[in-house]
Design a protein around this ligand. Structure first.
Ligand code: AHM
Ligand code: MG
Length: 339
Protein backbone atom coordinates (compact mmCIF):
# COMPACT_ATOMS: atom_id res chain seq x y z
CA UNK A 1 0.00 0.00 0.00
CA UNK A 2 1.39 3.46 -0.90
CA UNK A 3 1.62 6.37 1.55
CA UNK A 4 -1.41 8.19 0.15
CA UNK A 5 -3.60 5.13 0.57
CA UNK A 6 -2.16 4.60 4.04
CA UNK A 7 -3.12 8.12 5.04
CA UNK A 8 -6.65 7.51 3.71
CA UNK A 9 -7.11 4.77 6.28
CA UNK A 10 -7.40 7.35 9.03
CA UNK A 11 -10.79 8.27 7.48
CA UNK A 12 -12.22 4.88 8.33
CA UNK A 13 -15.29 4.64 10.51
CA UNK A 14 -13.99 2.83 13.56
CA UNK A 15 -16.36 1.50 16.18
CA UNK A 16 -15.24 4.20 18.60
CA UNK A 17 -16.07 6.92 16.09
CA UNK A 18 -19.38 5.26 15.34
CA UNK A 19 -20.40 5.06 19.01
CA UNK A 20 -19.32 8.67 19.60
CA UNK A 21 -21.40 9.75 16.57
CA UNK A 22 -24.41 7.94 18.01
CA UNK A 23 -23.82 9.58 21.37
CA UNK A 24 -23.64 13.06 19.80
CA UNK A 25 -27.27 12.65 18.66
CA UNK A 26 -28.26 12.89 22.32
CA UNK A 27 -26.88 16.18 23.68
CA UNK A 28 -27.87 15.19 27.22
CA UNK A 29 -25.82 11.94 27.04
CA UNK A 30 -22.93 11.78 29.49
CA UNK A 31 -20.83 9.33 27.51
CA UNK A 32 -21.28 6.51 30.00
CA UNK A 33 -22.61 4.06 27.40
CA UNK A 34 -19.74 4.98 25.07
CA UNK A 35 -17.21 4.19 27.81
CA UNK A 36 -18.98 0.94 28.65
CA UNK A 37 -19.05 -0.16 24.99
CA UNK A 38 -15.36 0.68 24.63
CA UNK A 39 -14.62 -1.65 27.51
CA UNK A 40 -16.71 -4.42 25.95
CA UNK A 41 -14.83 -3.94 22.66
CA UNK A 42 -11.53 -4.20 24.52
CA UNK A 43 -12.68 -7.46 26.13
CA UNK A 44 -13.62 -8.81 22.68
CA UNK A 45 -10.20 -7.94 21.24
CA UNK A 46 -8.57 -9.74 24.13
CA UNK A 47 -10.73 -12.86 23.71
CA UNK A 48 -10.26 -12.77 19.93
CA UNK A 49 -6.52 -12.85 20.38
CA UNK A 50 -6.76 -15.67 22.95
CA UNK A 51 -9.08 -17.73 20.74
CA UNK A 52 -6.74 -17.45 17.76
CA UNK A 53 -3.78 -18.47 19.89
CA UNK A 54 -5.61 -21.32 21.65
CA UNK A 55 -4.90 -23.92 18.99
CA UNK A 56 -1.24 -22.93 18.96
CA UNK A 57 -0.96 -23.03 22.75
CA UNK A 58 -2.37 -26.52 22.67
CA UNK A 59 -0.13 -27.65 19.84
CA UNK A 60 2.98 -26.47 21.64
CA UNK A 61 1.81 -28.09 24.82
CA UNK A 62 0.89 -25.07 26.89
CA UNK A 63 -2.75 -25.82 27.65
CA UNK A 64 -3.21 -27.07 31.18
CA UNK A 65 0.36 -26.04 31.99
CA UNK A 66 1.97 -22.81 33.04
CA UNK A 67 2.84 -20.15 30.49
CA UNK A 68 5.96 -18.03 30.30
CA UNK A 69 4.68 -15.62 32.93
CA UNK A 70 4.18 -18.57 35.24
CA UNK A 71 0.38 -18.21 35.04
CA UNK A 72 -1.72 -21.26 34.66
CA UNK A 73 -3.33 -21.59 31.23
CA UNK A 74 -7.01 -21.19 31.79
CA UNK A 75 -9.69 -22.81 29.75
CA UNK A 76 -10.91 -20.28 27.22
CA UNK A 77 -14.43 -19.96 28.56
CA UNK A 78 -13.20 -19.25 32.07
CA UNK A 79 -10.57 -16.86 30.78
CA UNK A 80 -13.17 -15.02 28.69
CA UNK A 81 -15.46 -14.69 31.68
CA UNK A 82 -12.66 -13.17 33.77
CA UNK A 83 -11.75 -10.83 30.91
CA UNK A 84 -15.29 -9.46 30.59
CA UNK A 85 -15.95 -9.18 34.32
CA UNK A 86 -12.71 -7.19 34.67
CA UNK A 87 -13.42 -5.01 31.66
CA UNK A 88 -17.00 -4.30 32.77
CA UNK A 89 -16.16 -3.52 36.38
CA UNK A 90 -13.17 -1.38 35.50
CA UNK A 91 -15.33 0.69 33.13
CA UNK A 92 -16.82 2.18 36.31
CA UNK A 93 -20.18 2.25 34.52
CA UNK A 94 -21.75 -1.05 35.58
CA UNK A 95 -23.81 -2.08 38.53
CA UNK A 96 -25.27 -5.58 38.23
CA UNK A 97 -23.68 -8.18 35.94
CA UNK A 98 -25.07 -11.54 34.87
CA UNK A 99 -22.78 -14.04 33.17
CA UNK A 100 -23.60 -17.47 31.86
CA UNK A 101 -20.57 -18.71 33.78
CA UNK A 102 -21.72 -17.41 37.19
CA UNK A 103 -24.56 -19.00 39.10
CA UNK A 104 -25.28 -15.74 40.94
CA UNK A 105 -25.42 -12.16 39.66
CA UNK A 106 -22.37 -10.02 40.36
CA UNK A 107 -23.12 -6.82 42.26
CA UNK A 108 -20.33 -4.35 41.54
CA UNK A 109 -18.71 -2.82 44.62
CA UNK A 110 -19.99 0.65 45.49
CA UNK A 111 -16.85 2.61 44.56
CA UNK A 112 -16.92 1.26 40.97
CA UNK A 113 -20.63 1.42 40.31
CA UNK A 114 -22.36 3.06 37.35
CA UNK A 115 -25.80 3.22 35.78
CA UNK A 116 -25.75 0.12 33.56
CA UNK A 117 -26.44 -3.59 34.00
CA UNK A 118 -24.85 -6.03 31.59
CA UNK A 119 -25.92 -9.60 30.80
CA UNK A 120 -23.46 -11.68 28.80
CA UNK A 121 -22.33 -15.06 27.60
CA UNK A 122 -18.55 -14.62 27.49
CA UNK A 123 -17.86 -17.49 25.09
CA UNK A 124 -20.91 -19.06 23.54
CA UNK A 125 -20.63 -22.31 21.60
CA UNK A 126 -17.60 -23.37 23.62
CA UNK A 127 -18.10 -27.02 22.64
CA UNK A 128 -16.86 -25.86 19.22
CA UNK A 129 -13.53 -24.46 20.48
CA UNK A 130 -11.38 -27.51 19.97
CA UNK A 131 -12.33 -27.99 16.31
CA UNK A 132 -11.77 -24.36 15.34
CA UNK A 133 -15.41 -23.54 14.54
CA UNK A 134 -16.64 -19.96 15.04
CA UNK A 135 -17.64 -19.04 18.58
CA UNK A 136 -18.62 -15.72 20.09
CA UNK A 137 -19.50 -13.39 22.92
CA UNK A 138 -23.10 -12.18 23.34
CA UNK A 139 -24.16 -9.20 25.48
CA UNK A 140 -27.13 -7.06 26.38
CA UNK A 141 -27.20 -3.77 28.30
CA UNK A 142 -29.93 -2.37 30.56
CA UNK A 143 -30.04 0.96 32.32
CA UNK A 144 -30.82 0.99 36.05
CA UNK A 145 -34.43 1.77 36.82
CA UNK A 146 -35.07 5.32 37.98
CA UNK A 147 -34.01 5.63 41.63
CA UNK A 148 -32.69 2.06 41.87
CA UNK A 149 -29.39 1.41 43.61
CA UNK A 150 -28.98 -1.78 41.56
CA UNK A 151 -30.83 -4.99 42.30
CA UNK A 152 -31.88 -8.13 40.45
CA UNK A 153 -35.09 -6.29 39.52
CA UNK A 154 -33.06 -4.10 37.17
CA UNK A 155 -32.11 -7.23 35.25
CA UNK A 156 -35.30 -9.29 35.37
CA UNK A 157 -36.85 -7.02 32.74
CA UNK A 158 -38.34 -7.67 29.30
CA UNK A 159 -35.74 -7.63 26.53
CA UNK A 160 -37.55 -4.70 24.93
CA UNK A 161 -36.14 -2.48 27.69
CA UNK A 162 -32.52 -3.17 26.71
CA UNK A 163 -30.66 -0.06 25.58
CA UNK A 164 -28.07 -1.94 23.52
CA UNK A 165 -27.14 -5.47 22.50
CA UNK A 166 -24.57 -7.16 20.34
CA UNK A 167 -22.20 -10.00 19.75
CA UNK A 168 -18.64 -10.56 18.68
CA UNK A 169 -17.89 -13.56 16.48
CA UNK A 170 -14.45 -15.13 16.57
CA UNK A 171 -14.37 -16.71 13.13
CA UNK A 172 -12.37 -16.42 9.94
CA UNK A 173 -12.37 -12.76 10.89
CA UNK A 174 -13.40 -11.10 14.13
CA UNK A 175 -16.78 -9.43 13.66
CA UNK A 176 -18.59 -7.15 16.11
CA UNK A 177 -22.30 -6.55 15.56
CA UNK A 178 -23.98 -3.83 17.60
CA UNK A 179 -27.31 -2.13 18.04
CA UNK A 180 -27.91 0.80 20.36
CA UNK A 181 -31.55 0.85 19.34
CA UNK A 182 -31.16 2.67 16.03
CA UNK A 183 -30.48 -0.13 13.55
CA UNK A 184 -27.70 -2.69 13.43
CA UNK A 185 -24.10 -2.15 12.34
CA UNK A 186 -21.32 -4.67 11.77
CA UNK A 187 -17.60 -4.05 12.26
CA UNK A 188 -14.62 -6.19 11.30
CA UNK A 189 -11.38 -6.19 13.25
CA UNK A 190 -8.44 -4.99 11.20
CA UNK A 191 -5.65 -6.87 12.98
CA UNK A 192 -2.98 -4.51 11.63
CA UNK A 193 -4.70 -1.51 13.26
CA UNK A 194 -6.27 -3.34 16.20
CA UNK A 195 -9.47 -1.44 15.34
CA UNK A 196 -12.96 -2.58 14.46
CA UNK A 197 -13.91 -0.95 11.14
CA UNK A 198 -17.50 -0.41 9.98
CA UNK A 199 -17.87 -2.98 7.19
CA UNK A 200 -21.60 -3.74 7.39
CA UNK A 201 -23.49 -0.45 7.87
CA UNK A 202 -27.21 -0.56 8.67
CA UNK A 203 -27.73 -4.32 8.34
CA UNK A 204 -31.23 -5.27 7.18
CA UNK A 205 -32.20 -8.94 7.16
CA UNK A 206 -33.80 -10.11 3.87
CA UNK A 207 -37.60 -10.14 4.23
CA UNK A 208 -37.71 -13.82 3.33
CA UNK A 209 -34.92 -16.39 3.39
CA UNK A 210 -34.01 -19.69 1.80
CA UNK A 211 -32.29 -21.30 4.79
CA UNK A 212 -33.56 -23.05 7.93
CA UNK A 213 -31.23 -23.69 10.83
CA UNK A 214 -32.03 -26.13 13.62
CA UNK A 215 -30.58 -29.17 15.41
CA UNK A 216 -32.63 -31.73 13.51
CA UNK A 217 -31.33 -34.52 15.72
CA UNK A 218 -34.00 -33.45 18.21
CA UNK A 219 -36.84 -33.91 15.67
CA UNK A 220 -38.44 -36.92 17.35
CA UNK A 221 -39.22 -34.76 20.38
CA UNK A 222 -40.49 -31.62 18.59
CA UNK A 223 -44.00 -30.22 18.85
CA UNK A 224 -46.32 -30.17 15.84
CA UNK A 225 -45.74 -26.59 14.57
CA UNK A 226 -41.95 -27.07 14.52
CA UNK A 227 -42.30 -30.44 12.80
CA UNK A 228 -44.65 -28.95 10.20
CA UNK A 229 -42.39 -25.96 9.59
CA UNK A 230 -39.37 -28.14 8.89
CA UNK A 231 -41.44 -30.49 6.71
CA UNK A 232 -42.65 -27.46 4.67
CA UNK A 233 -39.04 -26.27 4.36
CA UNK A 234 -38.00 -29.58 2.82
CA UNK A 235 -41.17 -30.43 0.88
CA UNK A 236 -42.84 -27.11 0.05
CA UNK A 237 -46.43 -27.48 -1.06
CA UNK A 238 -46.62 -24.13 -2.86
CA UNK A 239 -44.28 -25.05 -5.73
CA UNK A 240 -41.30 -23.08 -4.34
CA UNK A 241 -37.86 -24.68 -4.01
CA UNK A 242 -36.94 -26.50 -0.82
CA UNK A 243 -34.85 -24.53 1.66
CA UNK A 244 -31.23 -25.28 2.47
CA UNK A 245 -30.29 -26.51 5.92
CA UNK A 246 -27.37 -24.83 7.66
CA UNK A 247 -26.57 -25.52 11.32
CA UNK A 248 -23.24 -24.73 12.91
CA UNK A 249 -24.22 -25.29 16.54
CA UNK A 250 -22.74 -21.94 17.60
CA UNK A 251 -25.56 -19.48 18.12
CA UNK A 252 -23.44 -16.47 17.22
CA UNK A 253 -22.38 -17.97 13.89
CA UNK A 254 -25.87 -19.28 13.06
CA UNK A 255 -27.49 -15.94 13.93
CA UNK A 256 -24.82 -13.96 12.05
CA UNK A 257 -25.49 -15.93 8.88
CA UNK A 258 -29.24 -15.54 9.38
CA UNK A 259 -28.85 -11.77 9.77
CA UNK A 260 -26.83 -11.45 6.56
CA UNK A 261 -28.44 -14.08 4.32
CA UNK A 262 -31.94 -14.32 5.80
CA UNK A 263 -33.89 -17.39 6.83
CA UNK A 264 -34.83 -18.81 10.21
CA UNK A 265 -32.78 -19.96 13.19
CA UNK A 266 -34.62 -21.97 15.78
CA UNK A 267 -34.04 -23.71 19.06
CA UNK A 268 -37.55 -24.95 19.78
CA UNK A 269 -39.08 -26.58 22.81
CA UNK A 270 -39.05 -30.33 22.76
CA UNK A 271 -40.43 -33.07 24.97
CA UNK A 272 -37.16 -33.36 26.86
CA UNK A 273 -36.61 -29.58 27.19
CA UNK A 274 -40.00 -27.87 27.33
CA UNK A 275 -38.26 -24.47 27.59
CA UNK A 276 -35.74 -25.14 24.85
CA UNK A 277 -32.03 -24.79 25.53
CA UNK A 278 -31.06 -21.17 25.04
CA UNK A 279 -30.96 -18.74 27.91
CA UNK A 280 -33.33 -15.78 27.90
CA UNK A 281 -31.15 -13.00 29.30
CA UNK A 282 -27.87 -13.39 27.47
CA UNK A 283 -28.74 -15.48 24.39
CA UNK A 284 -32.39 -15.02 23.40
CA UNK A 285 -32.80 -11.31 24.29
CA UNK A 286 -29.68 -9.81 22.67
CA UNK A 287 -30.18 -11.81 19.46
CA UNK A 288 -33.90 -10.97 19.36
CA UNK A 289 -33.10 -7.27 19.90
CA UNK A 290 -30.69 -7.35 16.94
CA UNK A 291 -33.17 -9.24 14.74
CA UNK A 292 -35.94 -6.72 15.35
CA UNK A 293 -33.56 -3.82 14.82
CA UNK A 294 -32.58 -5.38 11.47
CA UNK A 295 -36.23 -5.72 10.38
CA UNK A 296 -36.72 -9.36 11.33
CA UNK A 297 -38.73 -10.96 14.12
CA UNK A 298 -38.12 -13.16 17.16
CA UNK A 299 -40.88 -15.44 18.49
CA UNK A 300 -41.03 -17.95 21.33
CA UNK A 301 -43.88 -20.16 20.11
CA UNK A 302 -46.20 -18.13 22.34
CA UNK A 303 -45.35 -14.50 21.66
CA UNK A 304 -42.72 -11.87 20.96
CA UNK A 305 -39.41 -12.95 22.49
CA UNK A 306 -38.55 -9.46 23.77
CA UNK A 307 -41.77 -9.43 25.83
CA UNK A 308 -40.68 -12.31 28.07
CA UNK A 309 -40.35 -11.28 31.71
CA UNK A 310 -37.63 -13.56 33.10
CA UNK A 311 -38.19 -14.90 36.61
CA UNK A 312 -34.64 -16.12 37.16
CA UNK A 313 -31.37 -14.99 35.63
CA UNK A 314 -30.66 -18.30 33.89
CA UNK A 315 -34.19 -18.93 32.55
CA UNK A 316 -34.49 -20.57 29.13
CA UNK A 317 -36.96 -20.10 26.30
CA UNK A 318 -37.72 -21.67 22.93
CA UNK A 319 -36.74 -19.25 20.15
CA UNK A 320 -37.50 -18.78 16.45
CA UNK A 321 -35.77 -15.78 14.93
CA UNK A 322 -34.97 -14.47 11.49
CA UNK A 323 -36.57 -13.04 8.36
CA UNK A 324 -39.92 -11.33 8.84
CA UNK A 325 -41.89 -13.61 6.49
CA UNK A 326 -40.32 -16.82 7.77
CA UNK A 327 -41.25 -15.96 11.36
CA UNK A 328 -44.78 -15.07 10.21
CA UNK A 329 -45.02 -18.61 8.85
CA UNK A 330 -44.07 -20.28 12.14
CA UNK A 331 -46.35 -17.87 14.04
CA UNK A 332 -49.27 -18.98 11.84
CA UNK A 333 -48.50 -22.64 12.49
CA UNK A 334 -48.60 -22.03 16.25
CA UNK A 335 -51.80 -19.96 15.89
CA UNK A 336 -53.50 -22.80 13.96
CA UNK A 337 -52.36 -25.28 16.60
CA UNK A 338 -54.14 -23.42 19.38
CA UNK A 339 -57.25 -22.37 17.45
P1 AHM B 1 -23.44 -23.10 25.42
O1 AHM B 1 -23.89 -21.78 26.01
O2 AHM B 1 -23.32 -24.18 26.46
O3 AHM B 1 -22.25 -22.95 24.52
O4 AHM B 1 -24.70 -23.62 24.55
C1 AHM B 1 -25.28 -22.74 23.65
C2 AHM B 1 -25.07 -23.28 22.24
C3 AHM B 1 -25.47 -22.28 21.18
O5 AHM B 1 -24.36 -21.58 20.74
C4 AHM B 1 -26.05 -23.14 20.11
O6 AHM B 1 -27.04 -22.46 19.37
C5 AHM B 1 -26.63 -24.31 20.84
O7 AHM B 1 -25.94 -24.37 22.08
C6 AHM B 1 -26.42 -25.61 20.15
O8 AHM B 1 -27.01 -26.61 20.88
P2 AHM B 1 -27.10 -28.12 20.33
O9 AHM B 1 -25.73 -28.67 20.40
O10 AHM B 1 -28.08 -28.79 21.28
O11 AHM B 1 -27.65 -28.06 18.94
MG1 MG C 1 -24.13 -19.95 25.69
Amino acid sequence: MDHAADAMRTDLMTITRHVLNEQSKFPEARGDLTILLNNIVLGCKFVCSSVSKAGLAKLIGLAGNTNVQGEEQKKLDILSNDVFINALISSGRTNVLVSEENEEPIIVEASKRGRYCVVFDPLDGSSNIDCGVSIGTIFGIYMLKEGSAGTLEDILQPGSTMVAAGYCMYGSSCTFVLSTGAGVNGFTLDPSLGEFILTHPDIKIPKKGKIYSVNEGNAMNWDKPTTLYVANSKFPKDGTSPKSLRYIGSMVADVHRTLLYGGIFMYPADKKSPNGKLRVLYEVFPMSFLMEQAGGQAFTGKGRALDIVPKKIHDRSPIFLGSYDDIEEIKNLYANETS
